[in-house]
Ligand binder design. Structure first.
Ligand SMILES: Cc1cc2nc3c(=O)[nH]c(=O)nc-3n(C[C@H](O)[C@H](O)[C@H](O)COP(=O)(O)O)c2cc1C
Length: 215
C-alpha cells in the first residue's frame, strides 16, 4: 500500500464512509475557492466527490485537474465556506495557499481528478486520485457534540437555502425543524459565547432573511 493510502487510513478514511471536508478548487479566473463537500474513499488511493451541478465546485472540477481535500472539525470554517456570498460578521475568513491547501485545516489531501460523470440530473461524481497528504495539526481534539451539531446545522442550512430559492417550502420546513433540534443540542452542551452557539444563531438569522427574500 502507498504511503498516501496509509495516511488516509490513519486519518479515518475507511472505504465507503462519507466524511465531511472542505474541497478547494480554482475558478476560471484562477482565484481559489473553498466549499464543504462530502468525500467517500472508494479504493486505497481513490476518493469520490459528489457536488450538486449548481455549485461552482462542480464547474471547477469539470475544468481543472487539481483540487485539494481539507480536513477540519471547525464548524466556523464550514460556515464561512458554505455561505461565502453572505455577509458573515465575526468569523475568520478561509485562507487558501497557492497550492490550494486551506491553511486553517488540520490536514490537506492533494488530489487529481481522474474522471467526471453524472450521478443524477442534479449531481455530478468525480473520482480523484490522492497524490499526497500534508498533516498540519497532529494533536488530537476532544469530541464535542456542540461542534458536531453546529456542522450538521450548516449542512441543513445549505439545503434550506436551495429549497426556499426553488419554492419547495415543505422540504425547507422539514430541514428547519431539524436545524432547530441541532440548535437545542448546541445550546445545551456549549457555552453561550461559544463559536458553535454563534453559528446556530447566525444560521437562524440567515434563514429569516431567505424567507423574506423568497416569500
Ligand atoms: C458539511 C457539509 C457537507 C456538504 N456536502 C456537499 C456535497 O457533498 N455536495 C454538494 O454539492 N454540496 C455539499 N454541501 C453544500 C455546499 O458546500 C454549498 O452548497 C456551497 O455553497 C457550495 O459552494 P460552491 O458554489 O462555492 O461550490 C455541503 C455543506 C456542508 C456544510
Amino acid at each position: 500500500m502507498s504511503k498516501t493510502a496509509e495516511l488516509l487510513d490513519e486519518l479515518g478514511f475507511s472505504r465507503g464512509r462519507i466524511v465531511e471536508t472542505i474541497v478547494t478548487t480554482r475558478d476560471s479566473d484562477g482565484s481559489p475557492r473553498a466549499a464543504p463537500m462530502g468525500v467517500t474513499r472508494k479504493e486505497p488511493d481513490l476518493l469520490e466527490i459528489k457536488p450538486f451541478k449548481t455549485s461552482a465546485t462542480y464547474r471547477n472540477l469539470l475544468k481543472n485537474t487539481y483540487a485539494c481535500v481539507n480536513l477540519t472539525e471547525d464548524p466556523a470554517l464550514f460556515l464561512v465556506t458554505a455561505f461565502k456570498h453572505e455577509d458573515l460578521q465575526g468569523f475568520e475568513q478561509p485562507h487558501i495557499e497557492e497550492d490550494l491547501s486551506l491553511s486553517q485545516a488540520d490536514a490537506s489531501i492533494f488530489v487529481e481528478v481522474l474522471t467526471g460523470s453524472d450521478l443524477s440530473e442534479n449531481r455530478g461524481c468525480f473520482v480523484c486520485r490522492a497524490r499526497s497528504v500534508e498533516v498540519r495539526r497532529p494533536f488530537p481534539k476532544v469530541f464535542s457534540r456542540g461542534r458536531a451539531e453546529a456542522i450538521e446545522a450548516v449542512i441543513h442550512a445549505t439545503r434550506v437555502e436551495a429549497y426556499l430559492r426553488m419554492g419547495r417550502r415543505e422540504e425547507a420546513e422539514k430541514l428547519i425543524k431539524r436545524l432547530d433540534e441541532c440548535k437545542g443540542v448546541v445550546e445545551r452542551v456549549s457555552p453561550p459565547d461559544s463559536t458553535e452557539v454563534r453559528i446556530v444563531r447566525t444560521l437562524e438569522a440567515l434563514i429569516r432573511g431567505w424567507e423574506e427574500a423568497w416569500r
